[in-house]
Design a protein around this ligand. Structure first.
Ligand code: MLT
Length: 256
């Protein structure tokens, strides 16, 4: 697969290293508004997950575990023994699986608009519908359907256009492989229950994919954790309400 393409911002005045993992079907550019958090942390690492953005090379099958392998390789390459993992949606699925495999790589985790439960049968069948739609109607139709589904109804057109342009930078094959990877993912609820590093949950109040009540159920399992709910945002909350998210994230990091 090769080393993941990534953006590394170093030299911040804080003490923590943060790795932001993007959701499906985005890429690392979706964290642009979080780069300013370098004023509160030591380093920010933003990979393009396998197949997405400039991390090419998904000619072969993909799974959440293979994505974790790629992230562990990247951390080893950079000499990062541990960091704060911050995963949005698919990035959260990866974060929780990575924690199950090697908790020593974690200083803390931020779970953003995500869940620990696997797909049920309806969800799995929906993944095939997604691939069929991609093949029949192409990337643009898929991307606009996704954006309409995930954003808060009040989000403005420029944000919609920006997210569409990020999605359209990706290869269709990457999306197809990631859909199968997400359909095949395991239940990581035990990782939430047994987590021994600080967890903070973040959710957009209007997230319909991983809604606040689903995240609340997870938060109830994680002793000592807290949840931040951001009004006026949907599933891509850190992009939709970046100032509110960044402020809450700074607070989280300051408390570590
Ligand atoms: C994401 O935002 O990463 C996806 O919507 C997650 C999913 O489809 O399960």
């Amino acid at each position: 697969m090769g080393l993941l393409h990534h953006k590394l911002i170093s030299g911040g005045s804080g003490t923590h290293r943060i790795m932001f993992l993007h959701g499906f079907p985005l890429n690392g550019k979706s964290w642009a508004a979080q780069e300013s958090l370098i004023d509160s942390v030591e380093s920010i690492l933003i990979p393009d997950l396998p197949g997405f953005g400039l991390s090419k090379g998904t000619d072969n099958a993909m799974s959440i575990d293979l994505m974790v392998d790629a992230l562990f390789d990247l951390m080893d390459h950079l000499g990062w023994k541990s960091c704060v993992w911050a995963g949005l949606s698919m990035g959260g699925y990866i974060t929780l699986r990575a924690y199950e495999r090697d908790p020593s790589r974690f200083d803390a985790m931020a779970l953003i608009d995500t869940k620990s439960a696997p797909d049920n049968d309806v969800g799995r069948i929906g993944r095939s519908d997604g691939i069929r739609g991609l093949r029949m109607n192409g990337m643009e139709a898929f991307a606009s359907g996704f954006v309409n589904k995930v954003l808060h109804p009040q989000s403005d057109q420029s944000l919609r256009d920006h997210i569409l342009s990020i999605i359209l930078e990706n290869d269709q094959a990457a999306l197809e492989h990631a859909l199968i990877a997400m359909a095949a993912r395991t239940d990581t609820t035990d990782a939430v229950k047994n987590c021994s590093v600080p967890i903070r949950f973040f959710v957009g109040e209007g997230d319909t994919l991983t809604p606040p009540d689903v995240m609340q159920t997870m938060q109830d399992l994680a002793s000592g954790s807290r949840m931040v709910t951001v009004a006026g945002a949907g599933h891509l909350m850190p992009m939709e309400k970046s100032d509110e998210f960044n402020q809450a994230f700074r607070k989280f990091v300051a408390e570590l």
